[in-house]
Ligand binder design. Sequence first.
Ligand code: PEP
Ligand code: MN
Length: 355
Amino acid sequence: MIIMDANATKEQIEHVLKEIRKYGLRADVSRGEYKTVIGLIGDERKIPFANFALLPGVKEVRMVETPYKLISKEYSKFFGWASEDMVIKVGNTEIGGSEPVFIAGPCAVESKTQLFKIAEGVKKAGAHILRGGVFKPRSSVHSFQGLGAGSWEEAEEALKWLAAAGKRFELPVITEVRGETQVDLVAQYVDILQIGARNMYDQDLLAKVAKKGKPILFKRHFGAGIEEFLSFAEYIAAEGNKAIVLCERGIIPVGKGKNYTRYTLDLAAVPAIQKETYLPIMVDPSHGTGRRDLIFNMSCAAIAAGACGLMIEVHHNPQEALVDGQQMITPEELKDVIDACQRIHKLIAPKRSKN
Ligand code: PEP
Ligand code: MN
């Protein structure tokens, strides 16, 4: 990382960037209120640090050891952000701001009527963002794959419903992008692009999605450690897009015998991750537990752990949902979750240790 003098000129910054490129590395330029910090992307060992320290306008050169330096707290400390944590604005909603944010909606968009009914319900319950899968990642090829599996036209129609429902109920919208070919289409219709757990490791998809310049909800793979999760978020940041919302959604359960939860929701990951990065982190208790009877408790626990919000699957009639009905709650139940979480957040926010 290269920290420039507070009064370094544009030419001096350009000169440093040119030198970095000479060594085959890329650079991330973060202009803070008082300082400009240049992060190196690539193998830092190729750079003669001592020489860089002598370049005009350079204040300090530091080696950052973590594999996720661009999203690290160590890096943001130097830009002069007020709180060192990032707030991502989507419409009028601030993710990572002073209030918890609730993303809610069906697992999959099934029809226009279904989507509008649920959108109305989640809006009434107090949700801020509407979700709905069009391209669904499924474990079995024999199950419903989302309307996106039908044809390109059907996918686009479902995306149009999502955008229209968002407009009608004043909710920004989010959907998952499962593959590179879907990125351009999906990005036309949604406010936030979701990268699902199964694609956390897909570097090419991450780069392609990042380049759209829209906020990204980035879900942890169920087999990924925290360092891996953050290291792959770094691939998005390395493309110049730092509007990344991390999402803990459960890891593979351990031990023999029956699993009582679909995954093990790793709530300790929330405060642990907050010590490492300035990016906001949310929790998805729906996929994390796979059980609607656990959603209320685990939502409260996630907010108590410091999550900046929740993503919850909601259906007006979970029994008739084509996907994930067993983990969906109703809009009325969502309201209870939101009310309780808001009260917990108020209680906890002033005392929570973040840094
Ligand atoms: C989803 O949120 O629709 C989803 C499929 O979740 P995950 O990628 O966490 O399994
Ligand atoms: Mn689902």
